[in-house]
Write a protein that binds this ligand. Structure first.
Ligand code: PBG
Ligand code: ZN
Length: 329
């Protein structure tokens, strides 16, 4: 039987709720807000440095004497949470700058704590920016030795806490890292410092530009023996479960854009806040295509951030934070 198109009575018309911006705003399900975003900041040794990362236009390595301007810009834009990454003067086999009380990050924490009392300071806790081999832990027989590395992560987290950090974020995918750091913080009366675990972190090629930014590319091999296989999602739930049991306060999925399904699955299985890391490669791809005029960079940025919230992320770590802030409340 043919449908009589002209006399068809449509009862349900979804388009009624899309007719103008006003009604669309009323029924919008997902919003990205200033409170959702954390800006990564790269701090380097030396003076008078504002060095742009060639693969991440608009993102810089800052020396401590200059980073204040950048932090002030962030605060004025309503971005009040940062995650710090350090580029030390010297790298060695055990990444000793990472747990030195006068290391680059410890100096940065003290400087920012003093000058920006309202800034929420998070630190990445990992060895790869500080080791001469570029791996996320201590090497024994060409392999990152898990349990030896735990002792170093503990020292690193404690040194950040002593310098005044607000939250630590272990990113190295070492088994038992959350429990080790939680026990150490508690023992030294830092029981109020939360841990955001990079719990579900994949061995991803989307980290390429970050490794230029942090000067942390592995000098041999790759990270597949500790970061996760991109093909696996149930293994990600196992990683999240373990870190929750070990005392994590926030669970992160990383990268974000190619892993929205993982974000959604993790969100279903925990009542903890879920963070995702909109990583360097995701940033660079949008920047590169926008520079060529192939996409509208601003619109794609906002759509991308929205997709992460829609997937279930409560928190987004993103290099777009400052740029996106203009459009957010
Ligand atoms: C350090 C670390 C990395 C990122 C955050 N912390 C790099 C890596 O694991 O190689 C990646 C962030 C990005 O690509 O933006 N372990
Ligand atoms: Zn690392």
């Amino acid at each position: 039987m043919a449908i009589d198109l002209e006399h068809r009575q449509l009862i349900v018309r979804p388009r009624r709720l899309r007719r103008n911006a006003n009604i669309r705003g009323l029924v919008r399900e997902t919003r990205v807000t200033l409170d959702d975003l954390i800006m990564p900041v790269f701090i380097t040794v030396g003076k008078n440095k504002k060095h742009e990362i060639s693969s991440m236009p608009g993102i810089y390595q800052w020396s401590l004497d200059k980073v204040g301007h950048h932090i002030a810009d962030l605060m004025n834009a309503g971005i009040t949470r940062v995650i710090l990454f350090g580029i030390p003067g010297e790298k060695d086999a055990t990444g000793s700058d990472s747990y030195n009380e006068n290391g680059i990050i410890q100096q940065a924490i003290r400087f920012l704590r003093k000058n920006f009392p309202d800034l929420y300071i998070i630190t990445d806790v990992c060895m790869c920016e500080y080791t001469d081999h570029g791996h996320c832990g201590i090497i024994h027989e060409n392999d990152v030795h898990n349990d030896t590395t735990l002792g170093y992560l503990e020292k690193q987290a404690l040194s950040h806490a002593a310098a005044g950090v607000d939250m630590v974020a272990p990113s190295g995918m070492m088994d038992g890292a959350i429990e080790t750091i939680r026990l150490a913080l508690d023992e030294y009366d830092f029981e109020n410092i939360p841990i955001m675990s990079y719990a579900v972190k994949y061995a991803s090629s989307y980290y390429g530009p970050f490794r230029e930014a942090a000067e942390s590319a592995p000098q041999f091999g790759d990270r597949q023996a500790y970061q996760m296989d991109p093909a696996n999602v149930r293994e990600g739930l196992k990683e999240a479960e373990l870190d929750i049991a070990e005392g994590a306060d926030i669970i992160m999925v990383k990268p974000a854009l190619a892993y929205l399904d993982v974000i959604a699955r993790v969100k279903e299985m925990t009542s903890l806040p879920v963070a995702c890391y909109n990583v360097s490669g995701e940033y660079s791809m949008i920047k590169a295509a926008a520079a060529k005029g192939w996409i509208d960079g601003t619109k794609v940025m906002l759509e991308t951030l929205t997709s992460m919230k829609r997937a279930g992320a409560d928190i987004i770590l993103t290099y777009f934070a400052l740029e996106a802030a203009k459009f957010l409340k």
